[in-house]
Design a protein around this ligand. Structure first.
Ligand SMILES: Nc1ncnc2c1ncn2[C@@H]1O[C@H](COP(=O)(O)OP(=O)(O)OP(=O)(O)O)[C@@H](O)[C@H]1O
Ligand SMILES: [Mg+2]
Length: 344
């Protein structure tokens, strides 16, 4: 069952030279972990926030954001409340930014249950204890009485995940949930999210800068550049054989997790700001494969890969090549790559 289906979503802000999101298509099904990868400012958070009806108020929005089949664009307050309390919830990057520092953890978890579900204090506290245990905190009764500053960043992110689970959502939107944490805590939080996702059959959208992390944890991955999806593939295909020049660049600029360290090839240039626009492919100015007179004229659509561009390993695997799309005029002409040779 599709939980979230973003269809041709375009979000324009007054005063910017290009849309924040430009005809974005993305879907997340129940039980599926979907990655959304891209550089800072590419529009990942705005995409995730659209699933909670949290697009900027002054934005001009076209397209649809279907949550369980019903459009959230222009939805009334009652529908938005229903989605935010019992369908979708978000885990943010910095747990300290999302919690009131002068309220106890118990109040943070129990208050929404009392207000939204009308539960008694006792019922809400019992549920808060269950939630703290579910996210692996060692002493739930003590944590209920603690303040945020008494917990480490990793413990507090577990509290935030408990808060996100309180309404028993079907869809968890994780916006860089581990970037503010140290490396070993990052691994623990990712393992916890993975375990909760599998146990509860949640649909999950995992936003990250880290394409290798997405490849290791997700079923499918979308790569975003300057507000557009430029590649969509199963994690195995994306990592094993990236097709869009930007994806190739991202994989070529991250150190390998295993094997010998090779020379890294950073993507040249800088991401496009909202004050800049381009009539053609937004990546053309940084792309080693760009063809003047073609790539800089009109934006390429996000299209299924032509048969010639599907690597033979993926084509041979009936589960591997479904949903492979790329937005690149030259995708069929580019040489196939393996991940250790992604730079042109
Ligand atoms: N409410 C808003 N008002 C004005 N501009 C906004 C608003 N929300 C986002 N933007 C702009 O839209 C663009 C995309 O922002 P977004 O937060 O989605 O990027 P991101 O891919 O999540 O980046 P990061 O990796 O840094 O979190 C940015 O240029 C940002 O400044
Ligand atoms: Mg963001």
């Amino acid at each position: 069952m599709t939980l979230l289906s973003v269809e041709g979503l375009t979000v324009e802000l007054p005063g910017s030279a290009r849309p924040v999101l430009d005809t974005v298509h993305l879907r997340v099904a129940a039980g599926e972990v979907v990655g959304l990868v891209g550089e800072s400012g590419s529009g990942k958070s705005v995409t995730a926030r659209s699933a909670l009806g949290l697009l900027p108020a002054r934005a001009h929005v076209t397209g649809r954001v279907l949550v369980e089949g019903k459009d959230l664009v222009g939805a009334d307050a009652a529908r938005l409340r229903e989605v935010r309390t019992s369908v979708a919830s978000m885990v943010f990057q910095d747990p300290r930014a999302g919690i009131n520092p002068v309220r106890r953890i118990g109040d943070f978890l129990a208050e929404p249950l009392r207000l939204v579900k009308g539960w008694s204090r006792r019922q809400a506290e019992a549920r808060a204890l269950e939630l703290l245990a579910a996210v692996g905190l060692p002493d739930p009764p003590r944590h209920l009485r603690q303040y945020p500053h008494q917990l480490s960043g990793g413990m507090l992110q577990r509290v935030m995940i408990a808060g996100a689970l309180a309404g028993e959502p079907k869809l968890l939107l994780c916006d860089e949930p581990t970037t503010a944490l140290d490396v070993s805590t990052q691994a623990e939080i990712l393992a916890l999210l993975g375990a909760l996702q599998r146990e509860r059959g949640l649909g999950m959208l995992l936003i990250t800068h880290d394409i290798e992390l997405a490849a290791a944890t997700c079923d499918r991955v979308y790569v975003m550049y300057a507000g557009r999806i430029v590649e969509e593939a199963s994690a195995a295909d994306l990592f094993g054989s990236p097709r869009h020049p930007y994806t190739r660049g991202l994989l070529g600029s991250t150190p390998p997790l295993t094997g010998p360290m090779e020379r890294l090839h950073p993507v040249p240039g800088a991401p496009m700001s909202l004050a800049e626009s381009a009539p053609g492919c937004a990546f053309a100015a940084r792309c080693a494969f760009a063809e003047p007179g073609r790539c800089d004229q009109a934006p390429p659509g996000l299209l299924p890969l032509p048969a010639a561009a599907v690597p033979s390993t993926a084509a041979a695997d009936p589960t591997g090549s479904a949903d492979r799309r790329a937005a690149c005029f030259r995708v069929a002409e580019l040489p196939a790559v393996v991940t250790s040779e992604v730079a042109p």
